[in-house]
Design a protein around this ligand. Structure first.
Ligand code: NAD
Length: 486
């Protein structure tokens, strides 16, 4: 660990953040955070109990009414200040993410900007929460429609975007006048703790945001989810865990937002600009070392272009720098843990056993840490597990189609519906794809689409609700209708 990293860790909180105070977990338990590039222990942090979680919810409930009563401008200014602080501490936040998660430092810097944008966007939205007022059709009275904050929220976030997944929930909630408890992922909790410190510095009153770090996710979440004072659950993570949480949310009829898994198709039509498709594919596949819900999972390429596309991708992939994310020129850092490496290897082995052709990569890299070779596998046959499951690793899998209808059928042949990528020069075809692909988002000749000003989210089993954009704040507002006779 470098001197810079040691200094940064000294400045990173390691305790729970409840009611504006940093405190140890009940019983003083702690757990280790690891560096996936070498398996070493980065530090130990508080491991919350169910009682700690209940205390955090108490704080959020107590802060709810006063926070909702603050002026929109007050909430807006705090979010704005938090955005400025994130930018002022961009180098620290980026390094922290690289150390605990493994992504290359350049990408971590990109996430700081992207994650920070939610604070700026929702600082602007905080002062634009409007209702409506109008005569009813009978002319007998006025209908007043207003928006109220939902109430105390519980946020559960994943490890792959440690900052952005937190700000994408916290910023709209605060703008709307909601308080929150957040449980960051066990694998990458440090970024959220650091961010909570910045929120406090930005002037956020005690109890408005509370952070519980824990290894026993289910046990710590259970009392919060069962408490009728909680009014909203927002979860980002796997579809499997999302299903379980939806069942728990049913007991108290919680408002829910679910940002779940994906299995994104990347369609390349015969009229595509192949140079652009290659560049888009590199971003859509290898950003975050393939560990993104938006990662292109299935490259579905017209049969006339498949060989050339595969060859060009293999050449590019062979030249990728591999190493710790802090090193210059690294594009492929470690995967999050050894399970992820095993999963990637199993998916490639299964595809090859069924007849696919391995062009490059395909194996674990023998060195400390959880590294997997960037991989290109082509001629993947239907029925291969790699076409059904989220790969969540640097593996590019190519299959082919011959007609537009076949491409659409293959693309939609999944229970997921988060994002699709389409490369075509034909504008009419592009519009047909917007209509025909079962997906919450689409990149048309683009390999990345995320933007704080856009509604992020999926259809089918990829989720419920939207984060970001004008839509994002409505996840944290309840509509109230009042009738006044004239
Ligand atoms: P995960 O579902 O394993 O864990 C997500 C979070 O849920 C973690 O904080 C974990 O501690 C917690 N958790 C796990 N079991 C729980 C339980 N029973 N009760 C309460 N909390 C529980 O997912 P992950 O491995 O951290 O993240 C990867 C997954 O997240 C992928 O499927 C990816 O597609 C998805 N993801 C989706 C989006 C999106 O916006 N749609 C964004 C990023 C990641």
């Amino acid at each position: 660990m470098s001197d810079l990293e040691s200094t940064l860790l000294e400045a990173t909180p390691r305790q729970l953040f409840i009611n504006g105070e940093w405190c140890d977990a009940g019983g003083g338990a702690t757990f280790a955070v690891h560096d996936p590039s070498n398996g070493g222990v980065v530090c130990r942090i508080a491991d919350a109990t169910a009682e700690d979680a209940a205390r955090a919810l108490d704080a959020a409930v107590a802060a709810q009414e006063p926070w909702a009563a603050t002026s929109p401008r007050f909430r807006s200014e705090i979010l704005r200040r938090a955005w400025e602080l994130v930018l002022e501490h961009a180098d620290d936040l980026a390094l922290l993410m690289t150390v605990e998660m493994g992504k290359p430092l350049s990408e971590a810097r990109g996430e700081v900007l992207y994650g920070g944008e939610f604070l700026r966007w929702f600082s602007e939205e905080a002062v634009r929460i409007h209702g409506r007022y109008g005569l009813n059709p009978e002319g007998t009275g006025q209908m007043v429609v207003s928006q109220r904050p939902v109430g105390p929220c519980y946020f559960i976030t994943p490890w792959n975007f440690p900052l952005a997944m937190a700000t994408r929930k916290i910023a709209p909630a605060l703008a709307a006048g909601c308080t929150a408890v957040i449980k960051p992922p066990q694998l990458t909790p440090l970024t959220t703790l650091y961010f909570a410190r910045l929120l406090s510095e930005a002037g956020l009153p005690p109890g408005v945001v509370n952070v519980v770090t824990a290894t026993a996710s289910a046990q710590v979440s259970a009392p919060i989810l069962a408490d009728p004072r909680l009014r909203k659950l927002s979860f980002t993570g796997s579809t499997e865990v999302g299903r379980r949480l939806l069942a728990q949310a049913a007991d108290t009829v919680l408002r829910v937002s679910m940002e779940l898994g994906g299995n994104a198709p990347f369609l390349i039509f015969e009229d595509a600009d192949l140079d652009k498709a290659v560049e888009g594919a590199l971003t859509a596949k290898f950003r975050n070392i393939g560990q993104a819900c938006t990662a292109a999972n299935r490259f579905i390429v017209h049969e006339s272009l498949a060989d050339e596309f595969a060859t060009r991708m293999a050449i590019r992939v062979r030249g990728m720098g591999i190493g710790r994310g802090t090193e210059d020129g690294v594009v492929i850092g470690p995967l999050i843990d050894d399970d992820a490496v095993t999963k990637a290897a199993d998916l490639v082995d299964d595809a090859v056993a069924r007849g696919a052709v391995l062009l490059t990569g395909g194996a674990r890299i023998e060195r400390p840490g959880s590294f997997f070779q960037p991989t290109v596998v082509t001629a993947v046959v239907p029925g291969s597990a790699i076409l059904r499951e989220e790969i969540f690793g640097p593996v590019l899998a190519i299959s082919t189609f011959s007609t537009e209808d076949e491409a659409v059928r293959l693309a939609n042949d999944t229970e997921y519906g988060l994002i699709s990528y389409v490369y075509t020069r034909d504008l009419a075809r592009g519009h047909r794809m917007i209509d025909r692909l079962e997906t919450g988002m689409m990149g048309l000749n683009a390999g990345v689409v995320s933007n704080a000003a856009a509604p992020f989210g999926g259809v089918k089993q990829s989720g419920v609700g939207r984060e970001g954009g004008f839509e994002g704040i409505h996840e944290y507002l309840s509509t109230k209708y009042t009738f006044i006779p004239v």
